[in-house]
Design a protein around this ligand. Structure first.
Ligand code: UDP
Length: 431
């Protein structure tokens, strides 16, 4: 009892979609190993928590708390009006009062945040600075058709175009719920006492320095997966036997993360490209392959391709046979590519993926976007040839090799991410 009373309690709120919750939970579990007086409550949807807390008893001090979203069981969200996950009327249905947070009635957090808008000073013409909320600038870009313009008023973003910035930030108006969410999150960031992110300082020094100067305790503690790698060693699909039998640096690994299934015409184009070129391929694909891919694809490519419903990606990236990663550019996938030193062919879809792709190609230089931004047979073949059989591809492998070394150094005992992680542990313990 006495111990329970002296214990600190921390509520963790996750974005319960795509691959956001799992890495956050593994961070919290890692933190809990070093903070014995802290009990963490992990707030997410019941569905997301069910998938994550299958071994609940292992973590006495990290407990799931499920939020009732107010949506019917098994509800499938649709994509409309620029909102990624809910239709507007769904948001209507999820009225704040219908959300059961598990907190006592009338609970007020101890820290109340001020409500001032966060503004940027932007240089519009030489010598002329204008004050404007950042999001207004992105709305302006969109409304006036300047999506191709680079957003070089943001330090470190001189090669990023307005159109590469996630939907919801660049949007026609703030009427769309996702844009509002992003805007509010952006406004709150400067009031946070500490911000920990799943990246490492050496990857983007200008952006890191800028954010450090504007936010308190901006802590890069990643790549987090290196600190807490997945434990499962089972290989039920025989992937590693298969990889062992392929030549060194020959295999094309393809995965689009946990949310995206490319549209049928793009899958068909990709299938045609894989069939036409000589490289063996490993495809991780959630859906029904017979249904989604062209008729006969499975039979015709049986000898050179392996198709599985799930693949231990981090371990695959480390296999010497893997030569290129065809990906949607989710941040976890980009990080794992760096850890493995495997160059990327990018087909980004939404959220942060376009920003990642642009940075991978134009800042870090270890990947390329498929021609025209979508899979076509010729575009995919061309991209494969660039990475697997050209000088440019060799250079990309060299560049990603340098970042790989920096990533491992960052999580070394005296590396920047370890120092930041230890700071975070202290920060939590001492408050
Ligand atoms: N992943 C995996 N095996 C698969 C497909 C995905 O291990 O067959 C993992 C992958 O390693 C990564 C995550 O799922 O950690 C995908 O995250 P990402 O941020 O790239 O994409 P999202 O799922 O959020 O779209």
């Amino acid at each position: 009892e006495a111990r329970e009373n002296s214990q600190k309690h921390i509520a963790v709120f996750t974005f319960p979609f795509a691959t956001h919750a799992a890495p956050l939970l593994s961070l919290v579990r890692k933190l809990s190993e070093s903070t014995p007086d802290v009990k963490f409550y992990f707030f997410s949807t019941a569905k997301s928590n069910r998938l994550l807390f299958y071994k609940d008893d292992d973590f006495e001090r990290v407990k799931p708390r499920s939020i009732n979203t107010g949506l019917p069981e098994g509800y499938m969200p649709t994509r409309s009006n620029g909102s990624l996950f809910y239709k507007d009327d769904d948001f209507e249905r999820v009225k704040p009062r219908s959300v059961n947070t598990g907190l006592p009635e009338g609970y007020m957090p101890t820290r109340v945040l001020p409500q001032e808008p966060v503004e940027y000073f932007l240089k519009t013409t030489p010598g002329n600075f204008k004050r404007a909320p950042l999001i207004d600038w992105f709305v302006l870009f969109h409304c006036t058709g300047l999506e191709e313009q680079t957003v070089d008023f943001l330090p470190g973003f001189s090669t990023i175009r307005a159109m590469d910035v996630p939907e919801g930030i660049i949007s026609r108006s703030l009427d769309c719920p996702f844009a509002t969410l992003m805007n509010k999150m952006g406004q709150m960031l400067p009031y946070a006492s500490a911000i920990a992110i799943n990246s490492f300082e050496e990857i983007d020094p200008i952006v890191v320095q800028t954010l450090k100067s504007r936010l308190s305790n901006f802590l890069n503690i990643g790549p987090f997966i290196l600190r807490s790698p997945p434990t499962s060693d089972s290989d039920i699909y025989g992937i590693f036997d298969w990889l062992d039998q392929r030549p060194r640096s020959s295999v094309v690994y393809i995965s689009f993360g946990n949310v995206i299934t490319p549209p049928p015409h793009e899958l068909e184009a990709l299938a045609e490209a894989l069939k036409a070129c000589k490289f063996p391929f490993l495809l991780s694909f959630r859906g029904n392959v017979e249904e989604k891919f062209p008729k006969g694809f499975l039979e015709r490519t049986r000898k050179k391709g392996l198709i599985v419903p799930w693949a231990p990606q981090l371990k695959i990236m480390a296999h010497p046979s893997v030569a290129v990663f065809v990906t949607h550019c989710g941040w976890n996938s980009v990080s794992e590519s760096i850890i493995g030193g495997v160059p990327m062919i990018c087909r980004p879809y939404f959220a942060e993926q376009k920003l990642n792709q642009r940075t991978v190609e134009h800042v870090w230089g270890f990947g390329i976007e498929v021609e025209g931004g979508k899979f076509t047979k010729n575009g995919a073949i061309k991209a494969l040839q660039v990475i697997l059989s050209s000088k440019k591809g060799k250079l990309m492998r060299k560049k990603i090799g340098v970042l790989k070394q920096l990533a491992f150094k960052a999580i070394d005992t005296d590396g920047s991410s370890t120092t930041n992680f230890n700071f975070l542990v202290d920060f939590i313990s001492k408050r």
